[in-house]
Design a binder for this molecule. Structure first.
Ligand code: AMP
Length: 588
């Protein structure tokens, strides 16, 4: 079915940040755009936290609300830019007093409470590298990431420490300090609040260059351990510019990004980008709840809302009645990211909320939005939109393995419309990742012939709008979370009853995909209902939110010639596709 484009009223188009797409694409220059930032005083370089906090704290927005923190009981605590400067200065001083040096890794594992923002921005001020973890992870993904990232400091809650960290702490030799947001229940942790109150807050951000590492975001691949994508302070320019172009963010807006800061969207756009604009960031500590979300949108008078397809589909399920009960006169712009946005949702936004949903595309490695539907342009339901000014995207012809075909070091760019290819980007924007931590070869493999290869398959229409087709690899997107099948398989295979596992994503109307495991049992283990339940519980305990929802026993898992489980064949069977089709795609 073809969906009609959604056009915008003239007044909305005229008020947008980006009114003339073609001219902006022609004239945009990252160096010139850098003048939007102030840089560290005295020409000492660039620091994300200075751009996000200090320059507003010492300017006209000092008393404006930087963070509007809604706790689980919907009690709101407001923190101004001046207050946020002081708190983050204190955190930076505290790190110094603990002997934590610039370049060391500070991890966070907690929900969206004020301490999270203070820790992230304070650690950036201290020149440390921040690595946020998704608080719904189980102990195993946490242990793996803290180990790979050699975290020296972890900021968490007493409950998460008790449930997820204490049992693995002796396997984390690099972890010197655990700071907890509540009371210190044991002597091996430090209570954050009293420690912050005790320090002298006088602090000057040390010199940091735009190339100084600032953020470490773990992401999953098809095989191997999670990859630590390294981002630098210079990324802040891309955060700032893309929030203006793709989210139509203006100074003074109230902005709500519903992504958890443990994922790249929640960090780039839930913390950094809106603060660089002097906006008010809504930080909702609660979990998804349709009524609560409408209440937050209404009570906080949110102007710009950045959310995800799964959440929107869950809101849709509640029908238009619930939405209509809430008055949302302040809401001006809705955007979505992270997984395919079905056209029905875009149209639902227009019909029920009076605004279309603007899909946009990017990934952990790109650090910022690359392709988007814009405020002043028509929205094509089902399309991710067009590349941002300053971003060159292309589609590359694919080989048998489904990825861009590289022959003699060269690729072939697809110029015809509506032909599928691997989505690629020309490196050069400031938030491009600078490496996978400790894995230069894995990083090198992401590039060919001057392109960064995204691993996504897309097509482009005659007007340059990109349409997502799928992933070229086996990674799973469940409720917007990227899940590496290998990580899940490894955990399941640690159970004594499991000989081998193959993990795939199966279609789900709300979450996009659900994680499903096919398991062959070790000799002596019986495929009983009790064992299935035990394995589900085991997965849940070790992996947390990324655990398989379904487990199927299968003593005849299909293998490639080299002996790897053929996930694609499992998927073909699951989808009822002819096996021959997909077996040709599997790599030996
Ligand atoms: P992550 O690195 O976890 O942010 O995941 C990035 C991946 O999510 C991309 O490579 C895509 O496969 C998927 N993704 C992100 N945005 C979209 C979108 N608008 N439509 C479809 N898939 C998306």
């Amino acid at each position: 079915m073809r969906w009609d484009p959604i056009r915008k009223p003239q007044a909305a188009r005229a008020a947008a940040n980006l009114t003339d797409y073609a001219t902006a694409c022609r004239d945009f220059d990252w160096t010139a755009a850098g003048s939007a930032l102030s840089g560290l005083p005295g020409g000492r370089g660039l620091n994300i936290a200075h751009e996000a906090v200090d320059r507003h704290a010492t300017g006209p927005r000092a008393t404006a609300v930087a963070l509007s923190c809604v706790d689980r009981h919907e009690t709101v605590t407001e923190i101004t830019y001046a207050e946020l400067k002081e708190q983050t200065d204190r955190f930076a001083v505290l790190l110094g007093e603990l002997g934590v040096r610039p370049g060391e890794r500070v991890f966070t594992l907690m929900g969206r409470a004020p301490e999270l923002y203070i820790a992230v921005l304070g650690a950036l001020k201290a020149g440390c590298v921040v690595s946020p973890l998704f608080p719904a992870f189980g102990p195993e993904p946490i242990r793996q990431r803290l180990t790979l990232g050699e975290g020296s400091v972890l900021v968490t809650t007493p409950t998460l420490y008790r449930r997820r960290i204490r049992e693995i702490r002796d396997r984390l030799p690099a972890l010197r300090h655990v700071l907890v947001t509540g009371e210190a229940e044991t002597p091996d942790v430090t209570a954050l609040r009293p420690a912050l109150a005790a320090v002298n807050p006088a602090f000057t951000i040390p010199a940091t260059s735009p190339e100084t590492p600032a953020l470490l975001h773990f992401t999953s691949g098809t095989t191997g351990t999670p990859k630590g994508a390294v981002h630098v302070h210079g990324a802040v320019l891309a955060h700032h510019v893309t929030a203006a172009f793709a989210l139509d963010l203006h100074a003074g807006d109230v902005f709500w990004c519903t992504a958890d800061p443990g994922w790249v969207t929640g960090m780039s756009y839930g913390v950094i980008a809106p603060l660089t604009h002097g906006a008010t960031v809504v930080c909702d500590e609660g979990d998804f709840d349709a009524k609560r979300w409408y209440r937050v949108l209404s009570a906080e008078r949110v102007n710009v809302w950045y959310t995800a397809p799964t959440a929107l589909r869950m809101l849709m399920r509640h029908g238009p009645g619930l939405a209509k009960e809430h008055d949302l006169p302040a809401l001006r712009f809705i955007a979505s990211v992270g997984e395919p946005l079905n056209p029905e949702v875009v149209v639902w936004g227009q019909e029920v909320l009076g605004l279309p949903v603007h899909d946009n595309w990017w990934q952990t490695e790109t650090g910022a939005i690359m392709i988007a539907n814009f405020a002043a342009e028509e929205v094509r339901p089902g399309s991710m939109g067009r590349p941002l000014p300053g971003i060159e995207a292309g589609l590359l012809a694919r080989g048998e393995d489904g990825r861009a075909q590289v022959t003699g070091g060269h690729v072939r760019e697809i110029t015809e419309p509506d032909v599928e290819g691997e989505l690629a980007l020309r490196p050069g924007w400031p938030s491009m990742f600078r490496g996978y931590l400790g894995e230069p070869a894995r990083y090198e493999k992401c590039f060919a012939d001057g392109w960064y290869l995204t691993g996504d398959i897309a097509r482009r229409d005659t007007d340059g709008y990109y349409w997502f087709v799928g992933r070229a690899d086996d990674v799973i997107k469940s409720a917007g979370h990227l899940v590496g099948p290998f990580e899940v398989e490894s955990v399941l295979m640690a159970h004594p009853a499991v000989a081998e596992a193959g993990v795939i994503g199966t279609p789900d109307p709300v979450a996009g995909e659900l994680v499903k495991a096919f398991v062959s049992l070790a000799p002596g283990a019986e495929p009983t209902e009790d064992l299935r339940r035990e394995l589900i519980a085991f997965g849940r305990r070790e992996l947390g939110a990324v655990a398989p929802k379904e487990i199927v026993f299968d003593q005849h898992l299909p293998h490639t010639r080299s002996g790897k489980v053929m996930r694609r064949l499992l998927k073909a069977r699951e989808l009822g596709l002819p096996e021959g089709d997909l077996s040709t795609v599997e790599q030996p």
